[in-house]
Design a protein around this ligand. Structure first.
Ligand code: GDP
Ligand code: MN
Length: 383
């Protein structure tokens, strides 16, 4: 899985590596934001710190010129919800007076089995859209990981992308730094979008993305600490604590399963039958009763969840144990907060289904059945 840093944290890492970033301060209250803006000097950009892209479009970024406007913007953005994430932290940042916006990125090209460094002059906007509609406008250089991104490759990518000649070497320098960060920090994705060019031909990282391969966090203590600080989503923090693989999504059907493949399949089927997944939650192998109870606790406390699919394939995990866990977790409630539909398959599935208390949960025998039922339950709640 990926560990995502906030923009302000990624910018700290980028700045340490010598990449130019605007002057900025963090704020968690309206007063702090106004104070930060005054000390930085207007105009400033007030930016929501949440783990999603497209904050600009969603209204999570505002440029302001006066303390009054800063106050208004901070009050509006703090507490707002962007794609399911509540904003409780703002980055107040010196506005950049830009003439051009570039995109720089480094990620793993799984097809080629190599890292790839990317440059485009179509920065600022939705780069996924550019990648889909005009793939040729993103210059790509595949990297031999044993040697790293070579200076000539960085220059070639920048020239291929059509970056203005007078800043090409500076931009190539930023790309080289970005690759080095990605490599040194066990990056999954490193991105600057936009890299702004100013009238004075300065090159400034106005946004920053750094996602880390979390299997490598043990050797990135500085970033691991940032993660703790960044666990802004209570449910994600909770998932870390329980040791679940968890991703928050935008729908209302809660999904719990064991094994990434099974959970993905369940997700796809929810979508196929017209529902919208609220999360990915993999409770892993050997799901003892306590883990099952913890998983239910998590999906129940997600306000967006209207119904829950519980899909367990027993291998090491035994169906009877899962069933006991579900009964235990649910018997604690006077009223079950959201309808739960369970499907057990594999080891001791039949015993498990026997054990399940069908006053508390619905039981379905097939994958299609369990998903259709949960989707229907969620629809009923929404109506
Ligand atoms: P994202 O929407 O989450 O990717 O957030 P970004 O930080 O990339 O900001 C989105 C857009 O807001 C940028 O492409 C700019 O057009 C605009 N923006 C952000 N910061 C500034 C700034 O300092 N000055 C100006 N003029 N525009 C900014
Ligand atoms: Mn951006």
């Amino acid at each position: 899985m990926k560990m995502k840093l906030h923009e302000y944290q990624a910018k700290q890492v980028f700045a340490q590596a010598g990449i130019d970033v605007p002057d900025s301060r963090l704020a968690t209250t309206v007063d702090e934001a106004v104070e930060a803006a005054e000390s930085i000097g207007f105009p400033v950009a007030i930016k929501a710190q949440v783990h999603v892209g497209g904050r600009g479009k969603a209204g999570g970024i505002e440029l302001v010129e006066t303390p009054e406007d800063a106050r208004e913007a901070a009050a509006r953005i703090l507490g707002m919800e962007i794609k399911g994430y509540q904003v409780d932290c703002l980055l107040v940042e010196a506005a950049v007076n830009f003439v051009d916006e570039l995109y720089l990125g480094v990620t793993m090209d799984r097809g080629a089995g190599r890292p790839v460094a990317m440059v485009s002059t179509r920065g600022g906007v939705d780069i996924e859209e550019v990648a889909e509609n005009q793939p040729a406008s993103i210059a790509r250089e595949r990297v031999d990981p044993a040697f790293g991104l070579q200076a000539y490759q960085a220059r070639k990518a920048v020239y291929d992308a059509g970056v203005d000649r007078d800043v090409a070497l500076d931009v190539a320098g930023v790309l080289t730094s970005l690759y080095k960060i990605w490599d040194d920090r066990d990056g999954a994705d490193a991105e600057i979008n936009p890299l702004m060019l100013t009238e004075d031909r300065e090159v400034v990282a106005a946004d920053a993305v750094l996602n880390i391969d979390d299997d490598a966090l043990f050797r990135q203590p500085e970033l691991a600490e940032m993660e703790e600080e960044a666990a802004e989503d209570e449910l994600e923090a909770q998932a870390n604590e329980y040791g679940f693989d968890y991703v928050r999504l935008e729908g209302n059907v809660g999904i719990v399963g064991n094994g990434a493949g099974l959970v993905m399949t369940t997700l796809d089927l929810v979508d196929y039958y017209g529902g919208a997944p609220a999360n990915f939650l993999d409770i892993g192998g050997g799901a003892k009763a306590e883990r099952v109870a913890n998983a239910l606790d998590m999906v129940f406390s997600d306000e967006n969840v209207d119904s829950v699919v519980f899909n367990i394939f027993g291998g090491i995990t035994r169906g009877d144990e899962v069933a006991t866990g579900i009964n235990e977790a649910l018997s604690g409630f006077d009223r079950i907060p959201k309808p739960v539909t369970v499907r057990l398959a594999g080891t001791n599935a039949a015993e498990g289904m026997e054990i399940l208390n069908d006053d508390l949960v619905a039981v379905e025998e097939t994958l299609e059945g369990v998903v259709k039922r949960a989707v229907a339950d969620a629809e009923e709640v929404t109506l």
